[in-house]
Design a binder for this molecule. Structure first.
Ligand SMILES: C[S@@+](CC[C@H](N)C(=O)[O-])C[C@H]1O[C@@H](n2cnc3c(N)ncnc32)[C@H](O)[C@@H]1O
Length: 199
């Protein structure tokens, strides 16, 4: 076994996320993950969703860890990471029927979030699913004081980061021909939001 990075949050949230993905991605066969991070979600989810081909991606600095998880898992349906920075990436049109991203939108600048949503819209086939996990504001309001504190902490660290308003992502999704379908309440005041590509 190669040493592979582990994020404690990923250990806590993987089971509830997997339960939703099983249901929402039941008809999907090819998925792009944006910001795979440690790679631990990719191997766990790919192992449990064997009909899905899981393409990992991230900035270069995370590739070694993702590769270590993939190597250790020995799965045939999870692919080595592609270098994907949403600010500059191009993905082939309609290359995937699902896109998943976890805890990325509040880490990036809003300009990058806009580019991410454009990239998602381009890369999804008609009827494809975009599943996005993380903390969100709704109607401009934080759901809890702890999310408000987290937002403050994020912005002190990087003024361009911060918890996003779900309705702002809806606008970007609509611009890309996607519509919000469902919102799942998840542990630790996070949401798993599902959009679908309409055309
Ligand atoms: C908080 S981590 C989440 C990682 C993983 N998805 C998880 O849930 O454990 C944020 C991830 O977003 C990625 N990221 C940040 N900016 C990015 C960008 N411009 N393009 C693509 N990925 C980016 C980081 O490299 C990191 O892997």
């Amino acid at each position: 076994m190669i040493d592979a990075p582990i994020a404690p949050a990923g250990l806590r949230n993987s089971e509830p996320i997997l339960a939703v993905l099983r249901h929402e991605l039941a008809d999907c066969t090819s998925l792009l993950e944006i910001g795979s991070g440690t790679g631990q979600h990719a191997v766990e989810f790919a192992e449990n969703l064997p009909d899905l081909s899981w393409q990992t991606s991230d900035l270069d600095e995370n590739h070694e860890g993702i590769l270590a998880h993939i190597e250790n898992a020995g799965l045939t349906n999870v692919m080595a990471p592609i270098l994907l920075d949403v600010r500059s990436a191009n993905v082939s049109d309609a290359a995937y029927d699902a896109v998943f991203t976890c805890n990325t939108a509040h880490i990036m600048s809003f300009a990058a979030v806009k580019k991410m949503l454009r990239l998602v819209a381009t890369s999804l086939q008609r009827d494809g699913v975009f599943a996005c996990y993380g903390p969100f504001k709704q109607g401009g309001n934080f759901s809890t004081a702890s999310n408000a504190n987290f937002d403050q902490w994020l912005r002190q660290r990087d003024p361009e980061s911060g918890i996003r308003n779900l309705e702002d992502l809806d606008i970007l999704a609509t611009d890309g021909g996607m519509q919000r379908r469902r919102v799942y309440a998840m542990p630790a005041n996070n949401l798993l939001v599902i959009w679908q590509k309409l055309h």
